[in-house]
Design a protein around this ligand. Structure first.
Ligand code: NAD
Length: 280
């Protein structure tokens, strides 16, 4: 374990993908956006009060909760969207853009983040798989409705206070223009299943299976597809590198398969990796 990439690690990294046909897959979680000021799900900031009860994100981010209380779930998402839209990409995001620039078609980004910061930093839509959705989009909650995924209006919900309920205008904006029912955030909730059409399930697996290097940043490995991506990439012989201030299932996977756990923050470790790769 080290704070910065060792020469040995970089040599493996470069041997695996540079000047050859090897593919680089970067897998990111909430930790890469933590330094942009977007809380992860693991702290006090994650809680949300509805009535007199505190709910955890794992309870709020469910279709069951949305069916029971769509106003409360939307109020939570609009608040979080406001936090995300005020945040700026940090040097960790910029480094991931630099990696896409370096490896082009051999690069894929699989992100659990719904904040859209990777796209705002400059990663391309084509090579970015937002496997848990994007907080800036909504779709009709009725799967029989023809309405497509749509971008939420820019100012919707901006400047709202934590815990405040929906305004009449926000309520109206969140009804489906096609059928008049509720739209819902374009997010994969904890009680829902992955698919490829909306959430890049098969695309992520294909990328993992052909990865020469899997670079994991800022995820605790609490959800199933990222863990599968890690396990599959390792099984197919990819070099696993995990960047995280804390040990986690990916750091254990990296260390048990001859890869590397770099103990540190995305915003410092990733630029250092890019810098060294670019100068080799
Ligand atoms: P998580 O909250 O479970 O874990 C965050 C991980 O990031 C931890 O392992 C932590 O040690 C690490 N970390 C903290 N600061 C870091 C830093 N500066 N650099 C690198 N790593 C750092 O997050 P998760 O594994 O992504 O899973 C939570 C779920 O919550 C995901 O489904 C995700 O969609 C959602 N979520 C997304 C956002 C976002 O879009 N920014 C924010 C919160 C939660």
């Amino acid at each position: 374990m080290s704070e910065y990439p060792s020469p040995r690690m970089l040599k493996s990294f470069i041997t695996q993908i540079r000047g050859e046909r090897g593919n680089l897959v970067v897998l990111t979680g909430a930790g890469i956006s933590a330094e942009s000021g977007i809380p992860t799900f693991r702290g006090r900031e994650g809680y949300w009060v509805v009535g007199s009860r505190e709910y955890q994100p794992q309870e709020m981010a469910t279709h069951a909760m949305f069916r029971k209380n769509p106003e409360a779930v939307w109020a939570w998402y609009l608040y979080r969207r406001d936090v995300c839209s005020r945040a700026e990409p940090n040097p960790g995001h910029d480094a991931v853009v630099a990696l896409e620039d370096l490896y082009g078609e051999r690069f894929r980004l699989v992100t659990q983040n719904v904040d859209g910061l990777h796209l705002r930093a400059g990663n391309t839509r084509k090579r970015t798989y937002q496997i848990h959705g994007n907080i800036n989009f909504a779709r009709c909650d009725d799967i029989g409705c023809n309405q497509r995924v749509r971008l939420l209006p820019e100012g919707l919900g901006m400047g709202r206070l934590k815990g405040s309920m929906l305004t009449v205008d926000e309520y109206a904006c969140l009804q489906c223009p096609e059928c008049g029912g509720w739209t819902r955030p374009h997010i994969l909730w904890f009680d829902e299943c992955y698919d490829d059409h909306n959430f890049y399930y098969d695309s992520s697996i294909t990328a993992a299976a052909s990865a020469s290097v899997l670079l994991v940043v800022g995820t605790s490995g609490a959800t199933s597809l990222p863990m599968y991506v890690g396990g599959l990439a390792a099984e197919k012989g990819a070099l696993i590198i995990d960047v995280n201030p804390k040990p986690n299932p990916f750091s254990r996977l990296a260390e048990s398969t001859g890869g590397l756990f770099i103990r540190g923050k995305g915003s410092t470790v990733l630029p250092s990796i890019v810098d060294q790769i670019s100068h080799v």
